[in-house]
Design a protein around this ligand. Structure first.
Ligand code: SAM
Length: 196
């Protein structure tokens, strides 16, 4: 079975998360005040809808036609404008300098990272949140360790950008509190960057 078909099957019955991703809620002040934003591998699109509510022009891409269909319907009901597109983002990554912000939540495809950096406009911002290898609860997130981040890996992957926010609690201190299963990064492309 194709990967997209597996996700389609899941999304037949899955319901969208009630809340946008933590990285967006805690760092919404770092979003551009206007412009084009991409929610890459958006799933049912809770984050896309949140971004549209901020007045941004949202493109939401996912290879699951079921998820994109459901997102389109919810956006219409809510009167929010989201350009939701069925798209394999690995086969068709975003064009260079095409977005002022890119949001990636719970999706990891390392070969895409240089394309994401290139796809930011000068001064553009990336928001990235996904699962770590060192998670406390491995019942959520991918079973294959390849799809989990090593320690500090987001920092390395986005080292060409200027860091605005990073969090990775690991297992340090009081593990009954904190963010223990995911790492989060917000970083900005130099406003003086002229390409890539
Ligand atoms: C764990 S879900 C996360 C969805 C969403 N970002 C969220 O946080 O709710 C991972 C998503 O990646 C999508 N996906 C996986 N590989 C993809 C690809 N090559 N192109 C586009 N979407 C892909 C799946 O369809 C799924 O919706």
């Amino acid at each position: 079975m194709k990967d997209s078909a597996r996700w389609d099957e899941r999304y037949q019955t899955a319901t969208a998360s009630a809340e946008p991703a933590r990285i967006l809620l805690e760092n919404s002040h770092l979003l551009p005040q206007q412009g084009r934003v991409l929610d890459l591998a958006c799933g049912l699109g809770t984050n896309s809808l949140f971004l549209a509510e901020q007045g941004l022009h949202v493109s939401a891409w996912d290879f699951s036609s079921v998820a994109i269909g459901k997102l389109g319907a919810v956006a219409e009901t809510c009167g929010l404008f989201v350009t939701a597109e069925v798209r394999d983002v690995v086969a068709q990554p975003p064009e260079p300098q095409s977005f002022d912000a890119i949001v990636v939540i719970r999706f990891l495809e390392r070969s895409l990272i240089p394309h994401l950096i290139a796809a930011l406009s000068p001064g553009g911002v990336i928001f990235y949140q996904t699962f770590v290898l060192e998670a406390l609860d491995k019942t959520i997130g991918p079973k294959d360790p390849l799809f989990r981040l090593a320690q500090n890996e987001l920092l390395e992957l986005f080292s060409p950008l200027n860091l605005l926010f990073y969090r990775e609690d690991g297992r340090v201190g009081d593990i009954s509190r904190g963010v223990r299963n995911e790492a989060m990064l917000v970083a900005r492309k130099s406003p003086d960057a002229d390409s890539g």
